[in-house]
Design a protein around this ligand. Sequence first.
Ligand code: XLS
Ligand code: NI
Ligand code: NI
Length: 444
Amino acid sequence: MSAPFFPDVGEPIAFEGLESDNPLAFRWYDRDRLVGGRRMRDHLRCSVAYWHSFNWTGFDVFGAGTLDRPWLRPGVDPMEQARGKMAAAFEFLEKLGAPFFCFHDRDIAPEGATFQESSAFLHQMADEAAGYMERTGVGLLWGTANLFFHPRYAAGAATNPDPDVFAYAAAQVRDCLEITRRLGGANYVVWGGREGYETLLNTDPRRELDQLGRFLHLVVEHKHRIGFDGAILIEPKPFEPTKHQYDFDVAAVHAFLQRYDLVGEVKLNIEVNHATLAGHDFHHEVAAAVSAGILGSVDANAGDDRLGWDVDRFPLSVEQMSLGLHEILGGGGLTTGGFNFDAKLRRQSVHRNDLFHAHIGGMDTVAHALLVAAKMLEDGALEQVRRERYSGWAGELGQAILSGDRSLEDLHGYVSSRNASPQPVSGGQEALENLVARYVDQVR
Ligand code: XLS
Ligand code: NI
Ligand code: NI
C-alpha cells in the first residue's frame, strides 16, 4: 500500500473549456476566472467529503464493499490504515485541485479502546493532516464529530436519555472542535443523525429538545473560549437514520435557534438531498435560510427521483444548483461556507479514477451554475419581475398597512366604500421558467 494511489492522473486536473473532450479535465470550473469581481474558486469553495470518498468501501445494507481502495485493506493496524488513507486523500485533493476537504473525527482517526486512546489517535492524525495541509495548501472547510455510528449513540447523542452519553458526546466534540480550530477550519458542523426518535411511546420530546439546546450552547461557549473564529453550523435533515429528526428542515432549525436563543451564533449547512427528503427542494431551503439570515454552507449532492433515502449522488442538475446559487449570491454570497460534495460514487463505480470523474462533474456543475446565477443577477432577470410584482405595496395603502396604521375595521371601510374588486395578475411562471432555461443554455 503506497503512493501513488492514483497513478493514471499525473498532473493536477486542468481547465480545458467546452471544446475539450478529455474526460479528466474541467469544462466549466476555471478556478481563477473572475465572476462579479470574485474568483470562481472563492465563490464556490469546493470541498471533498473524506467519509464518502476515502472511508467508504462501497458496502451497503445488502452487500460488501466493492471499491478498489487499497488504503482500507482490512487486517492492518488501524493507525497505519489511517495514515495510508490520509496519504491517498491528499494525493487526490492535490490532483483534483479542490481547495478544501471536510472530515468526521472518526474518518481521519480510528476509535481506540478507551476515550483517552481515541482522543490521542485523533490528535496524532490531526498533526499528520496539518503537515499535508501545509504542503498542499488544501484548507479545511469544516470538521465534525461522528455522534451516530457507535452503538452508544443508538438513542441519540445530546438527546440521549442517559446523561453519560451526553457527556461522552460533549467530550468528543470538545476534541474535534479543538483540532478543527488547530487546522484552521472555516466552520464546525453539527449533524444530528440520531437526535430524534424511533417512537414517541418512549420519548419525551420537550426534554430532548432542551438537552439539544443545552448541547449547542456548550459548543458555542467552547468555541468562544478557545478562540475558534469559524462558524458553528447545524445540518437539517428530516429523518434517516431515525424516523424523525428534530433538525427537520431550515424552518424547524430556525425555530429551534430562536427558542434556545442561538440565533446569531449558529448557522445552517444545507444539504440538497436533505431538502428533497423534507419534501422541499434545494431552492426552497436556501431561500428560507437566506431570508432568515442563517445560511452557512452547502452539502452539494442530489437525490434520486424514485428513491426516498439519502442516495448522495454527485450533483448534475445545473438548473437546481443555479436557482440555489442565485439566492446565495443575491444574499451576498458564501463567507465561511462552501460547496462540500457530501456525495458518493455508485457501488459499481469500482475504478479509482471514478472518484475523479465524479468530482469533476460536480465541480463543473456548480461552476456552470455559478455563471448562470451571476449572469441572471447581473441582468436583474428575476429582480425586475419581483419588484414589479409587489409594486402596489409602495403605494399609500400598502405602506399604511405595513406600518400598522390600518385596522381590520379601516380595511373594511376602505373596501366597502370603494366597492373594490382587485383583479388577478399573471404570475408569469412559464415565461420565467423559460428564461432560466435560456440562461442555463446560453451562459459561457
Ligand atoms: C448525512 C449527513 C452527513 C453530514 C456530516 O446524511 O449528510 O454526511 O454531512 O455528518
Ligand atoms: Ni451532509
Ligand atoms: Ni446527507
